[in-house]
Design a protein around this ligand. Structure first.
Ligand SMILES: Nc1ncnc2c1ncn2[C@@H]1O[C@H](COP(=O)(O)OP(=O)(O)OP(=O)(O)O)[C@@H](O)[C@H]1O
Ligand SMILES: [Mg+2]
Length: 298
């Protein structure tokens, strides 16, 4: 039980049958979102959770590529008569299910409201069968990313200590909070060590605290390691392979999974329908405070 939450308030507010929905996003591309997503999915599945990983990215190293899966369908097929979600979901040997997005998912925000409703109703229904739904999004602040982030209980932001990654992560958090009312973010700093991970997070935190109304939760760091690239090339997961890096990831993901659920956003995939359609983007193109982010923030 989550000791940090008032038990009765939390229990009454959280529908225990609603899956926990976490979107995995980044400001800059290529920072390790998909690597984190697939390994987190496998770890949660190994703990007995029923996990669905939704691939909402069209990047080169997709979920299906990383897992060596052969996928054909696209979520857009749901608009075709006779196509069920079960036809699209791919159970993978690592113990969790994958929903390949394909171009259909990427274009979801361009569909008309009726088409969106059809797809989102199907997703919401299917979501009830899962404990945890992870959404591996594209990088950046495109409509699609914001759409999924606002549909999630928690947004997990992945970044590296690279200054552009930091700046872009801040921009992502800013847009998500100001345009989509996402207030709580988990943060993982990838390709770093303990000290630089902390420094990077503190930079992000100090600027966010100053300019934004958000709560950032540092989950931890992932070291830079050549085995990551090897595991991706071999289409094999790194987690549970007995290595030190695997043990590090297991601890990190245990920490993440143990975080209390957000009872104000715990309605599962119904957010897709209720929040996303209600949200509208304004063309607010405010400039990120780069100077503050790159400056002496400690
Ligand atoms: N901890 C790490 N150590 C070493 N290399 C890493 C690490 N994490 C990621 N990489 C490298 O970065 C590459 C990009 O990772 P990944 O595809 O997970 O990023 P992404 O954020 O999903 O990218 P995109 O924005 O294109 O979707 C990987 O192919 C891998 O080579
Ligand atoms: Mg990716």
């Amino acid at each position: 039980m989550n000791s940090s939450l008032s038990a009765t308030a939390a229990e009454s507010a959280i529908d225990t049958h609603s899956p926990r929905v976490i979107s995995i996003s980044s400001g800059k591309g290529g920072v390790g979102k998909t690597f984190v997503s697939v390994n987190l999915a496998a770890h949660a599945a190994a703990q007995g959770q029923k996990v669905l990983l939704i691939d909402a990215d069209l990047g080169l190293a997709n979920v299906d590529v990383m897992l060596g899966l052969h996928t054909t369908g696209s979520i857009r097929d749901l608009l075709t008569d006779g196509c069920n979600l079960e036809d699209l979901i791919v159970p993978c040997p690592q113990g969790f299910d994958v929903l390949p997005g394909g171009s259909g998912l990427y274009e979801l925000t361009n569909l008309n409201v009726r088409e969106q409703q059809t797809i989102l109703d199907t997703l919401r229904e299917a979501g009830r069968n899962y404990d945890l739904i992870l959404i591996d999004t594209a990088a950046g602040i495109g409509d699609n990313v914001l759409y999924f982030a606002s549909a999630s209980e928690t947004a997990l932001v992945v970044l590296t200590p690279d200054p552009t990654s930091l700046t872009d992560a801040y921009a992502l958090i800013k847009v998500m909070s100001q345009q989509r009312d996402v207030r709580r973010f988990m943060v993982i700093v990838n390709q770093t060590d303990e000290i630089d991970g902390h420094i990077t997070f503190k930079r992000l935190l100090s600027v966010s605290d100053r300019y934004l109304d958000v709560y950032l939760d540092y989950v931890g760091y992932v070291p830079q390691h050549m085995d990551v690239r090897k595991s991706i090339q071999r289409q094999k997961l790194l987690i549970h392979n007995g290595s030190d890096l695997s043990r590090h990831l297991e601890k990190l993901f245990d920490t993440l999974i143990a975080r209390p659920r957000d009872n104000s956003r715990s309605a599962g995939l119904q957010f897709f329908w209720e929040r996303s359609l209600a949200a509208s983007l304004d063309d607010d193109d405010e400039v990120v405070d780069n100077v503050a982010l790159q400056g002496n923030q400690q």
